[in-house]
Ligand binder design. Sequence first.
Ligand SMILES: Cc1ncc(COP(=O)(O)O)c(C=O)c1O
Length: 378
Amino acid sequence: VSWAAWAQDELDAVRSEGRWRQPRDFDATGPTGSLDGRREVVSFASNDYLGLSAHPAVKAAATQALERWGTGSGSARLIVGSRPVHTELETELATWKNTEAAVLFSTGYAANLGTIGTLARAGGTILSDELNHASIIDGCRLSRARVGIYRHRDMDHLDQLLGETLGPAVVVTDSVFSMDGDVAPLEELAQRCAIRGALLVIDEAHGVLGPEIAAVDGVEVLRVGTLSKTLGSLGGFVAGSLSICQLVINRARSYIFTTAATPADSAAALAALRVLRSPEGDQLIDRLRRHVGRLVPGHPSPIIPVMIGDQGAALTAAADLLDRGLFVPAIRPPTVAPGTSRLRVTLSAGHLDGHVGRLLDALAELRLPLPGHAALAT
Ligand SMILES: Cc1ncc(COP(=O)(O)O)c(C=O)c1O
């Protein structure tokens, strides 16, 4: 059997499981644009939470970097790929995260892979929340460390696993879980880690509205982040103590063996970070919070799951919304567990009040349940 024929058989299986997926072209800046060249839609699918990818200052910074340094950086950071903008961005990321240092990666995915791999110590164990992002799961696997999975947000289970751990322990969690939009109990996690002497690694990729970790005595924290969501660009980073960051530079394979981020992407992220930390950033966050509150009062993140269950029903619900000009992706296995297919709504400060109103009306009309409401669909 040829490889192409084998691939075709595999694809047939994917299709028959109802799991076929392919990219769709969205011709847009911000949440409105043309989908597949066929229809105008409002997207509720992007992680550009503050709309900064379209901010004039961010675009101007990318353009200037392009003019000054050209397109690609040409090699890895440790060879000749490092530009002043990379270092400047690292310095400001560390200031923002209130850490001694930060290290830039070319994606958030690479940041998790490299950071977790670096922390695998002889005889050590990594404890990971069961709903952590795929990049954390892959980082754990690649690290070849012993890995324990604790039940989602279950501190007693974590405690039990920590109690069974003999050597050095690392606890890793998303701060906001990417498919559920709920948040980790950071305070409690920090306290458990402090008692057990474990290092706490927090992936804050979706943490635009918090939660923020407060300083807890006796716990070391590493903060992983991405430039591709709130900061509207591309790249990732880890922020923490100088010694761990320097070890990452010297050990993390996904840092060492890959080309440095493009200067334009890094310059865009740096400009976006400056907007975020300015009064304008506060206004954008307020606006995003207001949108979130209209869908689910008090919800802690811009990710709002509309739970459906059956994957076919989730696809039908997404298609019904698309008929109304609203693009909300259906999330189904293997991204989420079987029987928990859902629509994943993400909100942005870039949405207009009218966009959010249209979504609310359509969800009500289709009897699709927002969190906190009983399932209405029959
Ligand atoms: C929680 C989390 N961590 C890491 C990543 C990876 O970030 P990036 O897209 O920058 O590779 C993502 C999303 O893609 C994510 O949701």
